[in-house]
Design a protein around this ligand. Structure first.
Ligand SMILES: [Ca+2]
Ligand SMILES: [Ca+2]
Ligand SMILES: [Ca+2]
Length: 327
């Protein structure tokens, strides 16, 4: 099934020129294998600092049909998950809309000690080790787009998905899709996802390059990036109109690394392409990581599932060409 979808996607990109919409998370252009959330008894050395993931979905105001939020492999067991001892982990997925779902500052902070479950809860379900949902899509919804929080600065009606490891110590790997259909992944024209703090699994294949695309608005003069538990797996670098591969600091095992990078006028009103290139010798597998970016005021900068302004191009050749994304 997945292989079929992959070939359909490849067909659409290369043969029909249809523009893909930004509803899968991780996004196609990010080339990231899976999101990850551990149970709250997990060890941070396995790559999750606080056992919570928050993803926002934005739907254009003009779109009025019901929408669904779909989760691939929501269970914690069987395939597509990371086992530690027995499978004993439960993960809660909850969808929020209404006032404050996104605009409440607690939903956009690095530290999840405030009211990050702000807004109106529209749906919630907890999954354990459940073969019924192993390797399958679970569908939340239907939701009326107007049940989201209307935030024109974020592109329309915004829904929030909070993924929380309730107990246990295993890692839940999953993927998301904002769909118009409860049985299939059908994208919504003009919709996209965004996230302020991103937790995911790097590819095992050292040839795969993953990306994130933060947008630089006119307020940004410098960014501070922080990443956690990268296990020194290769390099992280910035491609943008003014930067041809400036390196970011990379963390080791169970610790944070930060680095600050000046943003010049050439980079304003466009996205950075932050590339994650694995270490070819180390061959690190199952590498779960966390990354976020702040501006000079300490405000978190969102990453977008569609690079706003397009993906920045290399000015000069610096060795490694971006690969076509694979899934
Ligand atoms: Ca376990
Ligand atoms: Ca599974
Ligand atoms: Ca790691």
């Amino acid at each position: 099934m997945l292989r079929t979808q992959l070939w359909i996607i490849i067909f659409l990109i290369f043969f029909t020129g249809i523009q893909l919409k930004g509803q899968p998370v991780p996004a196609i252009d990010e080339n990231i294998d899976a999101l990850v959330t551990f149970g709250k008894d997990g060890e941070t050395a396995w790559g999750d600092d606080d056992f919570i993931q928050i993803i926002f979905f934005s739907i254009p105001e003009t779109f009025q049909d019901p929408v669904f939020i779909r989760v691939f492999d929501p269970d914690v067991g069987g395939s597509f998950d990371e086992q530690k001892g027995e499978w004993n982990t439960r993960t809660n997925f909850a969808v929020f809309g209404g006032d404050g779902a996104c605009s409440n500052v607690d939903a956009q902070r690095i530290s999840r000690d405030g009211n990050f479950r702000s807004g109106t809860m529209l749906a919630s379900r907890t999954f354990g080790n459940d073969a019924r949902w192993d390797g399958k899509w679970f569908t939340f919804g239907p939701f009326n787009p107007s049940e989201g929080e209307l935030l024109p600065e974020y592109g329309g009606y915004v829904f929030k998905l909070v993924v929380e490891g309730l107990d246990g110590d295993d890692g839940n790997l999953y993927r998301l899709f904002l769909s118009t259909d409860n049985q299939q992944n059908r994208a919504i024209e003009g919709a996209f996802a965004f996230y302020f703090k991103y937790k995911f699994r790097l590819h095992d294949d050292v040839n795969e390059v993953s990306h994130i695309y933060p947008y630089m608005n006119e307020r940004v003069v410098a960014i501070k990036q922080s990443n956690f538990d990268w296990d020194n797996d290769g390099i992280i670098r910035i491609i943008s109109p003014s930067k041809n591969g400036e390196r970011m600091a990379v963390s080791g095992d169970n610790n944070w690394a930060t680095s600050t990078h000046e943003i010049t006028q050439d980079d304003i009103n466009s996205s950075l392409d932050i590339q994650m290139i694995k270490n070819r010798q180390a061959n690190i597998r199952n590498n779960n990581v966390v990354i976020y970016l702040e501006n000079q005021y300490g405000e978190l900068l969102p990453f977008y599932s569609i690079p706003i302004g397009g993906i920045p191009k290399y000015k000069y050749s610096i060795g490694i060409k971006p690969k076509a994304p694979t899934r």
